[in-house]
Ligand binder design. Structure first.
Ligand SMILES: NC(=O)c1ccc[n+]([C@@H]2O[C@H](COP(=O)([O-])OP(=O)(O)OC[C@H]3O[C@@H](n4cnc5c(N)ncnc54)[C@H](OP(=O)(O)O)[C@@H]3O)[C@@H](O)[C@H]2O)c1
Length: 257
């Protein structure tokens, strides 16, 4: 057996679709995967935001494509995946990095917020897996990486929809992994701890909250985007063929403590 870096970890010409492509984690994952050779399509609702990311990457020599999707809408999801498959002839990788969050006391937590967060974080992720899965099953090859959270494991006060939604993402990851394992499709998730992005930037400006977060992370610092993209790319790589149905905690040992 001969082991070569490129054949184990390279993503040359793999076609990768990333939802939440206009968000911090999705955009950074796109940069990493494109740098490893993948043809990357960043999907989001806001074309202007996506265009700015595309331009920024272009200036640093990285080419990515962009497309619009509302992951709450099945037709929109199917159309977005079809566009990618029609353009590139296939889809090899799906990164589900779209997400929404809201904290509020349980008794005040609105039904509207519940539906939105469960919709984006659970139904939306499922619809994307389902739409990409159709191509993966035809190709007999595919990789999905869902972005879960330490919240999928641990609850917290005022976290009435986000934590349950991430628990659901973990179980969805496992169920899909089992169903699609015979078809050479790997379904895994990474579960990050706090990483400063638009989803929590305002909350983390609160010193008490910020200090509490640090106190919970044995590494004693907030996670950075670069710590997340390594595990994402790793789970997409050819040598990870037998790793499926796993939730990888990228949390500075938070969940171990
Ligand atoms: N940051 C953290 O500390 C952290 C920790 C653990 C897990 N995560 C998870 O990581 C993922 C990415 O979060 P992030 O931190 O990168 O947040 P972010 O920068 O706010 O990105 C969220 C993304 O979700 C997209 N989105 C929301 N609703 C959508 C919809 N209906 N259809 C399509 N796209 C939609 C947003 O698109 P628009 O631009 O159109 O709004 C945006 O691209 C989420 O699942 C989050 O739960 C984050």
């Amino acid at each position: 057996m001969e082991y070569k870096l490129e054949s184990m970890y390279g993503l040359q010409d793999e076609v990768a679709v990333i939802t939440g492509g206009s968000g911090s984690i999705g955009a950074e994952a796109g940069l990493a995967l494109a740098s490893l050779g993948a043809k990357v399509v960043l999907l989001g609702r806001n074309e202007e935001k996506l265009g700015r990311i595309q331009e920024e990457y272009k200036r640093s020599g990285v080419t990515i494509a962009i497309g619009t999707v509302n992951i709450l809408d099945k037709d929109s999801v199917q159309a977005a995946m079809r566009n990618v498959a029609d353009t590139y002839g296939r889809i090899d990788i799906l990164i589900n990095a779209a997400g929404a969050s809201h904290l509020e006391d349980a008794v005040d937590f609105s039904e509207e917020k519940w539906d939105l967060i469960m919709g984006v974080n659970v139904k939306g992720v499922f619809l994307c897996c389902q739409a990409a899965g159709k191509y993966f099953l035809e190709q007999k090859k595919g990789r999905i990486v869902n972005i879960s959270s330490v919240r999928g494991l641990q609850g917290r006060a005022r976290d009435m929809a986000y934590a349950p939604s991430k628990g659901a993402v973990n179980q969805l990851t496992k169920s899909l992994a089992i169903e699609w394992a015979p078809h050479n499709i790997c379904v895994n998730a990474i579960a990050p701890t706090f990483t400063v992005t638009d989803i929590n930037r305002e909350d983390l400006k609160n010193k008490t909250y910020h200090d509490w977060v640090i106190s919970r992370i044995p590494k004693k610092r907030i996670c950075e985007l670069r710590y997340l993209v390594g595990p994402i790319a790793f789970l997409c790589s050819p040598c990870m063929e037998f790793v499926t149905g796993q939730i990888i905690y990228v949390d500075g040992a938070w969940s171990a403590a």
